[in-house]
Design a protein around this ligand. Structure first.
Ligand code: AFP
Length: 335
């Protein structure tokens, strides 16, 4: 093991900060605090069942989905830690229908958008879930503007996720590299375990909910058939892997090489996944790691969101695979 393997998350964030001599340290502090929120959430996730916190609160969120108790715990942890960080002016969460503003005397330079617990329908099945976040710099030091929140993902200055899987993994980017840190539960610290992650060029995994096939746009089935066609009598080159927690599917595909698709639904013309809380941060990470993310028609990071809970179709994975999916979409639509 190289000595770099033992870098802590905080040390790594501070190293990145030194690459920007004009940095105030506020972004470093913010990312460190998100790591703290992740530790609080993972402590609850690991106790799920033991302390009878599984199950529903009986309420529904803005998406019309049942709110799980752990969703609430995760959201409260993010909001409270970020509010007190003095680095954040406003937050938006997948679980809320309004922007959460921080009082002026505690406000900082950044805006954070997050999905507190992605994959929460998997909680009862003990399947891995995660917190996804996206960081932007605010435009105006005196007030929070609509354009601070509703803006294209290419304006992100940092993004990441904390995955509560077989171990707790904090992954982040500020646009130069993607790095993964594993929480050592005995020490209570994240250590760098996968520096400078690059998404493999070839997808050996395919992740899609095939039960949605009746609702896919016309290009998706031929594309999936072409991927399966890469297998031959001698060798299976592509295998199906689908967890149903986007953050878990994405992390596995980032490390092992795979394409994840959640196409738009042809009954509604829109996808399921949220632009601000799920697609943008993962697209930023994918692109920084050498991959790509598309709606099928255009780059995810170029979407101009109109509402807090806009949804989109998503194809995310190695660049060549995403380009191939876009080609199928273009041809099917005669573009
Ligand atoms: P929840 O966070 O509400 O469980 O939604 C998870 C999710 O947005 C994403 O993580 C999954 O990939 C996707 O939904 C699964 O949706 P389907 O069950 O429709 O395949």
């Amino acid at each position: 093991m190289s000595t770099q393997t033992y870098l802590t998350l905080t040390q790594h964030i501070l190293r990145r900060q030194r690459e920007h001599p004009d940095a105030t340290g506020q972004l470093s502090s913010l990312l460190t605090q998100i790591g703290v929120a992740g530790k609080l959430i993972q402590a609850q996730v690991r106790r799920a069942g033991l302390v009878e916190i599984w199950g529903d609160t009986g309420q529904t969120n803005i998406q019309g989905e049942t709110v799980q108790k752990l969703d609430r715990i995760a959201e409260d942890s993010m909001v409270e830690v970020l509010r007190r960080s003095e680095c954040v002016a406003a937050m938006a969460s997948e679980e809320e229908n309004h922007v959460i503003e921080v009082p002026a005397d505690m406000a900082g330079d950044y805006v954070v958008l997050f999905d507190p617990l992605d994959g929460s329908t998997n909680i009862d099945g003990n399947v891995s879930i995660g917190t996804i976040f996206s960081v932007y710099r605010r435009h105006d030091p005196n007030e929070v503007l609509r354009k601070d929140i509703l803006r294209p993902g290419r304006e992100q200055i940092a993004a990441g996720y904390i995955l509560y899987g077989t171990s707790t993994v904090f992954t982040y980017t500020t646009g130069s590299t993607v790095d993964c840190f594993t929480l050592d539960p005995g020490v209570g610290e994240y250590f760098l375990t996968r520096p400078r992650v690059r998404m493999p060029d070839k997808a050996k995994l395919l992740s899609i909910n095939e039960c949605n096939e009746p609702y896919w746009p016309s290009w998706v089935s031929p594309y999936i058939a072409s991927v399966k066609g890469q297998n031959d009598a001698e060798k299976r080159r592509v295998s199906a892997r689908h967890v149903g927690s986007l953050v878990s599917d994405f992390h596995r595909n980032l490390i092992e090489g795979g394409t994840f698709l959640y196409p738009e639904d042809n009954r509604t013309g829109r996808g399921k996944l949220r632009v601000l809380y799920e697609c943008n941060p993962l697209a930023f990470i994918a692109e920084t790691a050498g991959g790509a993310a598309s709606t099928g028609k255009k780059r995810i990071l170029d979407i101009e969101p109109e509402g807090l809970h806009d949804r989109t179709g998503l194809v995310i994975g190695p660049s060549a695979e995403v380009a191939e999916a876009e080609r199928f979409a273009r041809e099917a639509e005669g573009r």
